[in-house]
Design a protein around this ligand. Sequence first.
Ligand code: NI
Length: 396
Amino acid sequence: MDIVKKLIEDTYPEVVAWRRDFHMYPEISGAEQRTAGKIAEILKKLPMEVQENAGGYGVIGLLRGSKPGRTIALRADIDALPIKEQNDHGFASKHEGKMHACGHDGHTAILLGTAVILSRLKDEIAGNIKFIFQPSEEQAPIGGALPMIEAGALENPQVDAILGLHIWPNLEKGKVGVKNGALMASSDPITIEVFGRNGHASAPHEGVDALVAGCQIVNTLQTIISRSINPQEAAVITIGKMQSGTKYNVISDYAKLEGTVRTLNPEVRRKVEQRIREVVSGVCQAAGVRGEVNYAYGYPALLNDSKMSDLLREVAHEILPKEALTEIEKPAMGGEDFANYLQKVPGAFFWLGSEEQASYPIHHPKFDFDENIMKTGMEIMANSAIRYLGKESSHE
Ligand code: NI
């Protein structure tokens, strides 16, 4: 494993330069043209097959080892956010109103560095490593993972396992956070429309009030989590927006509610959807209005495979200081479209701690991280891939 450490030290200055370049020229979801071009340019200098425009601006590098074996994929997301940066370091965003405020510049640089390192070790590798650079992670509910999967990212050769990471300011700097099972939540947008009939405000009995029905729906939805879901399970229903009415003296004929549902367990997800439909239907029937529910499936819950999490644990335990490996106890209720890959192949997602004094949360205009943690990211990624491919192929 010392050879990996040495290669990381050699590659690190370049990795920092790449990260800063991506940071200076952030591109939001679906517009990652320059970013993808730069990634492809770097990969093409390595002994690998490079596929561009995979499901949008996705880039895939395929490194074939000198001997046959299994295939592991390593994934990074590459998109930025429509946020105006408030950092004033020398590599702050030059794209007005856009910023890498979620660390995806770091994820991309880490994976490029890992690609360089593993390319140097090609002769000792049995099997293949796929480097998946994915756009549009921030573009829920569709995201960038599904279009890449549809474009064949997990085929030719068939991917047997996948790993990914996220820089995480809620976890101490230098720590690696692992967890079996649910690490992040499903994230489903919902829209509810209520149709009534206009009337004069002074004669409510002559109209059918969609606004009052909409309010009742918002209230009754609050009982789903508290009355229909096992208290041991985590779930959120939030209606964040409601629009109804045109004038103070007119009975409203229409209401539109928009919100989001977060769950960690697919069964709970189905139950929440079913209860939302029942509540809307029942309230609407009582109020004499017509209701329509549009429940869209966004990112599924991110469910780590325990064997792949164990692989991360073994590697972290072996190469990092003892206190670095951290068991995550509570999942985050945010969504992440890495979950889509995990519905197809076993894998694990881990958090790379970046917390220090006065650090800002992800999606904050002052978000930043200590670049040294990228070394830890590369170490875990590279060593995990080597260890996975080195293991006997046993599809238990
Ligand atoms: Ni992110």
